[in-house]
Design a binder for this molecule. Sequence first.
Ligand code: 5GP
Ligand code: ZN
Length: 114
Amino acid sequence: MTTACVFCKIVAGEIPSELLYQDEEVIAFRDINPAAPTHLLVVSRKHIPSLLHLTEAEIPLIGHMTRVANQLAREHGIAESGYRLVINCGGHGGQLVPHLHMHLLGGRRLKWSQ
Ligand code: 5GP
Ligand code: ZN
């Protein structure tokens, strides 16, 4: 837990959020500023600053986040129409919150944006 980290505060329940999924490794909730009709975040419980900081032992966490995001895509009715999973890393990658998270985006045809 890093006290200044907004996602650590959500994980700890200090900032309220409607949890859509939770297990020992991750939680999921809606993005506060949605970029698509469905925009969910799958967030590690552990404070890992970015993809770059994953240890070898933590690499399977990415597979688990993908599994959870796929399940959420089915539950939220966007599995068949299609969706996008995104992990931003670092400044040029567009990462704003330095705590590992995966975006699940869908509900409209998404453009490729750089
Ligand atoms: P990043 O740019 O780091 O990949 O994405 C961070 C995301 O977290 C952004 O899409 C932003 O809207 C979302 N976000 C930031 N603060 C909060 C918050 O307090 N609650 C929720 N639900 N989402 C947040
Ligand atoms: Zn954190």
